[in-house]
Design a protein around this ligand. Structure first.
Ligand code: SF4
Ligand code: SF4
Length: 96
């Protein structure tokens, strides 16, 4: 049974990310989640220009490849809400 609350990602919260990469292990979208979360936080504070690095991920998983399975959050010791971050990045990337 899940007992820990899912934590919305902010730049402040992401500072406690241990870069353990447990979130990326088994991601069906093959997304480099820690790297993408760094982009997400830069976007939150810096706006749409911070989304430019996403094009460098074109041979790996992109936010749009997220199928919202939630495995990342299940494996994350911080219980970060990766799904919400990927969804926002996918929407904003498509709107650029
Ligand atoms: S599993 Fe959580 S703490 Fe570990 S790298 Fe991913 S986001 Fe950071
Ligand atoms: S919710 Fe998205 S980012 Fe997380 S493991 Fe599933 S496909 Fe990957």
């Amino acid at each position: 049974m899940r007992t820990k609350t899912i934590v919305p990602i902010t730049a402040e919260k992401l500072a406690s990310c241990g870069k353990c990469r447990k979130c990326s292990l088994g991601c069906p979208g093959h997304i480099d989640i820690p790297a993408m979360l760094a982009v997400f936080c830069a976007y939150q504070t810096g706006g749409k220009s911070a989304l430019l690095p996403i094009k460098d991920f074109h041979k790996r998983g992109l936010p749009i490849d997220c199928i919202e399975c939630g495995a990342c959050t299940d494996h994350c010791p911080k219980r970060f809400d990766v799904r919400a971050a990927m969804k926002e990045l996918a929407i904003q990337s498509l709107m650029r």
